[in-house]
Design a protein around this ligand. Structure first.
Ligand code: GAR
Length: 196
C-alpha cells in the first residue's frame, strides 16, 4: 500500500483511470490530493466528486516565484506521499519539488519516447508530428521525471499502430486507451520494485 499525489492540467482521464483501478482493488494505493494549475479543468471536477483535496497552484494564485515554489512544498508537508504522479500536467516542475521527490515523480507522455518528446511536444501536437513523420507505430511512455521535459528513466511503454487514415484525434484516442492501461500497472510495478 502506498500514497500518491497527482498533478494535472486537463480533462483528467488518466487521473480517473488510476482512481478506477484503486476502486476495483487492482491498485493497492491511496490518492491523497490533486494539484491543478487551472481550477476549472476536468481533473479538478473529478477530484471534487470523489472528495479528494484539490489545490489550485498557478502563477495567478501565486505571482511571487518564491511563494509559488513554497505552495507545492506546503501541500507535501500536509500530505505525506510516496509518489507524485503527473497526469497531463503541462507546467514545468519547480526545482525544490524535483529535489524533494527525487526518483518518486512519474509522468505519462503520449508517444514512444525518446521520439516526439521534449519542449513543445504535448497533447495534440505529438500526434500531429507522428502522422506527419509517417510513423507506423506510436504509443505511450511512463517515465521518471528529471529536470528536462519528457526526460528521465523510462519505466514502461505500450505500442499502438498508426493507421493510414488516422487523424491526430483518432490517433490520440487510441493512444489514450493505451495510457489508461499502462499507467496504473507501471505505477504498481515501480512501487513494488521499491518495496511497497
Ligand atoms: C495525455 O495524453 C497525456 O499523455 C498528455 O496529456 C494528455 C492528458 O489527458 N501529456 C503530455 O502531453 C505531457 N507531455 P488527460 O487529462 O485526459 O489524462
Amino acid at each position: 500500500m502506498f500514497n500518491f499525489g497527482v498533478m494535472a492540467s486537463g480533462a483528467g482521464s488518466n487521473f480517473q483511470a488510476l482512481l478506477a483501478q484503486i476502486e476495483a482493488k487492482r491498485l493497492n494505493a491511496v490518492c491523497s490530493f490533486l494539484i491543478v494549475n487551472n481550477k476549472n479543468c476536468g481533473a479538478a471536477q473529478i477530484a471534487k466528486a470523489k472528495d479528494i483535496p484539490v489545490y489550485h497552484i498557478s502563477s495567478v494564485t501565486h505571482p511571487d516565484p518564491l511563494e509559488y515554489e513554497q505552495a507545492f512544498l506546503d501541500v507535501l508537508k500536509k500530505h505525506e506521499i510516496d509518489f507524485l504522479v503527473l497526469a497531463g500536467y503541462m507546467k514545468k516542475l519547480t526545482n525544490s519539488l524535483l529535489m524533494h521527490l527525487k526518483n518518486r515523480i512519474l509522468n505519462i507522455h503520449p508517444s514512444l519516447l525518446p521520439k516526439f518528446g521534449g519542449q513543445g511536444f504535448y497533447g495534440r501536437r505529438v500526434h500531429e508530428a507522428v502522422i506527419e513523420a509517417n510513423q507506423a507505430w506510436s504509443g505511450a511512455t511512463v517515465h521518471l521525471v528529471s529536470g528536462e521535459y519528457d526526460n528521465g528513466l523510462i519505466l514502461g511503454q505500450s505500442m499502438v499502430p498508426v493507421f493510414i487514415n488516422d487523424t491526430p484525434d483518432s490517433l490520440a484516442a487510441r493512444v489514450l486507451v493505451a495510457e489508461h492501461n499502462l499507467y496504473w500497472k507501471t505505477l504498481r510495478d515501480y512501487a513494488a520494485s521499491l518495496g511497497y
